[in-house]
Design a protein around this ligand. Sequence first.
Ligand code: FNR
Length: 335
Amino acid sequence: MNKQYNDKIIVAPMVRVCTLPFRLLAIDYGTDLVYTEETVDFKMLRSVKRENNALGTVDFIDKSDGTVFFRTCERERTKVIFQIGTSDAQRALKVGKMVEPYVAGLDVNMGCPKTFSLKGGMGAALLTQPDKVKSILSTLVQGLCIPVTCKIRLLKTLSETIELCKVIEKCGVSAIAIHGRTKEERPNHPNHNDMIREIAKALNIPVIANGGSKEIKCHEDIEKFRQETGASSVMIARAAMWNCSILRPEGPLPLDTVAEAYLRYCIDYDNPFTYSKYTIQNMLRDLQDTPRGKAFLETQTLQEICVMWGLDEYFKTQLAKQSESRNCMHFEHKS
Ligand code: FNR
């Protein structure tokens, strides 16, 4: 049996947050596994793979405009789980094959309640389509060499949810992540830890409990949430986004230290400005109302943000290095 999902602390998939810089930060602070943001299968299928020697990464980029859909590096290979949005087994398998050499597992998003996902038959739309679920998950399990998982929300009743989970379990997945809310419930609704507990009892595969961030204020609360849900592992999203150093068993670090470390990775891996700003904004929370927070909101480039955290020199030096490396390769390529 695959032990990858037993007794683990896992950082949840988060759109715009869980790109390479944040994932490496989470690994530095001690996460066992970290999910990518959800990427819709169609995007990956129109991407090409490029070795990016200037950054030391492998990139999957849009053929037409160069947008990066997935950037990864060797350091995270044994800890990163790639999450896809899909409504089709064959498309999902093709994407799985593309990323398989670079990731530790593949996860299917079956919980996203956004209109965009539901209209495309993805995310939470799958919760009421057991045949589709079977086809996607069995195809992935049979066709890939890496562990396959999915992340669901609760259905209206416990028995319906357990029924769905048993269908999922039969497909041969390695674990199932359960966000303890229905698709109608919002993040401020209480998480149904009791329902996760009942589901964990009814299944033989590891259950990864999710949805507890509001009650997770320090590292020890992660274990408390695991015990309350009777789950094998815990997955945290917002608590890690607010201050990623909550993952450190040694204790948290000041937010400025965390933001600075995150920004260094944003520079090193050329993270899109809008994503970097969004993530820092979510770290600042109430601090956005302070004069410094307001100044932050005015920034329009990554360099401007970096100046605020004393990283102007680092920004310039790294950019110069990256550009030199690109020029060298261009020269080698030509000669
Ligand atoms: C999310 N969530 C999410 N879920 C998912 O399956 N794929 C995704 O790409 C995202 N994106 C995302 C972005 C952001 C900014 C947030 C806050 C959340 C949901 C997330 O993984 C998790 O299920 C919920 O946030 C509940 O867990 P917490 O926050 O209570 O630990």
